[in-house]
Design a protein around this ligand. Structure first.
Ligand code: NAG
Ligand code: NAG
Ligand code: NAG
Ligand code: ZN
Length: 383
């Protein structure tokens, strides 16, 4: 997760004012990326900029959200990167499966969530270019496969989604009984980073960012499969690689789904769900920007119906803040319920101190997001 930074650089401001989008040629893309430069999109409506490794490190240090579009920029269609797409308005019915959903909450295990966290944080890091980052992907895939093996009649599947770097994303699905699409997606990112040294050589436990959302997704999936949940619509679970490097993993998946014409009714992003700033009220912070407002309202209604804590509207998260933005840009409705208002979020992410021992880290808080994900999957998947 990246935190909002509203400052425009002088160059992006001048491009915005002139409205002049020169476009980047195929040859320039090939040559500059071969020289180690990355093409970075920092703002909607503005052409991306070439940045050096050190310049990208600065963005990460100062918590500026961005898309690394080096692999995704299409010289024949630059607008696809520059402009966020218009979302076809979707509608969502009020929560109606109250007893069915609440019965599933009994199956949620906080001990399981603690175990996933302990496994995930035991990797030296989950960096997208490190062997331990690759091993973490395989660990998630194997853990999900074990859940499926215990209930083969679910018909659920899991596979790695390979990338151009060693870390894979992971995609699991619980197949719907009638039309396969539109599907429902619950996602989060499985990688971690150290802002002091963003190479594969630095440690980053990433307990909250995003070990918490990764563990929520594992437990939501396990609960649904083990209780023999049979959705009408297919429900998919995504653990994205390389979010911290500029949303690389989620851009690849969202782009492939749009290119393949996959219909997605709703995407829920879980990125940081375990921290409440000491002295503040425990809430779900609904991120208001680069999301679908109807879906966000629907998530608020799930919080009202099913959770023990209230929701608030968070201050904005900004451009390229987390994986929901990759789906938003490809024209899909996404929503992002967060551990707190963004301004009160965990200050120790992207450091060695993002651990479960931190004051304010709370398992009962994170369990609320497991409940939210179970409710999301049942209310939208069973409809
Ligand atoms: C997960 O952690 C448990 C307890 O620390 C350990 O016994 C188990 O081997 C770990 N699993 C993997 C695949 O690392
Ligand atoms: C992804 O990579 C793994 C390991 O290299 C391989 O087994 C698998 O077949 C690949 N999947 C796809 C869809 O290419
Ligand atoms: C981590 O916490 C330790 C102990 O409080 C502190 O000395 C250190 O500066 C912290 N490191 C970072 C990067 O936040
Ligand atoms: Zn994150």
């Amino acid at each position: 997760m990246k935190v909002f930074n509203s400052l425009l650089t002088l160059t992006t401001l001048s491009v915005l004012i002139s409205g002049c989008l020169a476009g980047i040629t195929e040859a320039e893309l090939r040559q500059k990326s071969a020289n180690g430069l990355r093409l970075i999109s920092l703002q909607e409506g503005v052409e991306p900029e070439w940045k050096t490794f050190d310049e990208v490190s600065e963005l990460i240090k100062e918590d500026t959200g961005f898309f690394d579009v080096t692999e995704f920029y299409d010289p024949s269609n630059p607008a696809a990167i520059i402009n966020s797409r218009r979302i076809i308005p979707a509608t969502y019915d009020a929560p109606s499966r109250i007893s069915e959903v609440k019965a599933l909450f009994d199956a949620i295990s906080v001990e399981n969530m603690q175990q996933y966290s302990s496994n995930l944080t035991s990797f030296f890091n989950r960096h997208y270019q490190s062997p331990t980052g690759a091993a973490a992907s395989v660990w998630i895939r194997d853990t999900v496969q074990d859940f499926i093996n215990a209930y083969p009649e679910s018909g659920a599947t899991v596979s790695l989604f390979n990338n151009t770097y060693v870390q894979s994303s992971i995609i699991a699905n619980i197949p719907g009984t009638s039309p396969y699409e539109p599907i429902i997606v619950l996602g989060g990112h499985m990688d971690s980073i150290n802002r002091g040294d963003r190479t594969a050589a630095a440690p980053s436990p990433g307990a909250d960012d995003d070990g918490s959302g990764t563990g929520n997704l594992l437990e939501i999936f396990r609960v649904l499969v083990s209780t023999r949940f049979k959705p009408t619509r297919t429900v998919e679970f995504h653990w994205y690689a390389a979010e911290e490097a500029g949303l690389l993993g989620s851009q690849a998946v969202a782009r492939k789904y749009r290119t393949d014409g996959v219909q997605v009714k709703a995407m829920l992003q879980l990125d940081m769900t375990a921290y409440t700033k000491p002295g503040t009220e425990e809430v779900v912070g609904l991120i208001p920007d680069f999301v679908d407002s109807s879906l966000t309202d629907f998530v608020g209604s799930l919080v009202d119906e099913y959770l023990n804590i209230p929701w608030i509207t968070s201050n904005p998260c900004g451009y390229g803040c987390s994986d929901h933005a990759s789906w938003f840009r490809e024209g899909y409705p996404s929503a992002f319920p967060f551990e707190s208002a963004l301004r009160d979020s965990n200050p120790f992410i992207h450091t060695v101190n993002d651990t479960v021992d931190l004051e304010g880290f709370s398992w009962s808080h994170s369990v609320e997001f497991t409940k939210l994900g179970v409710a999301f999957a049942v209310e939208l998947g069973a409809a």
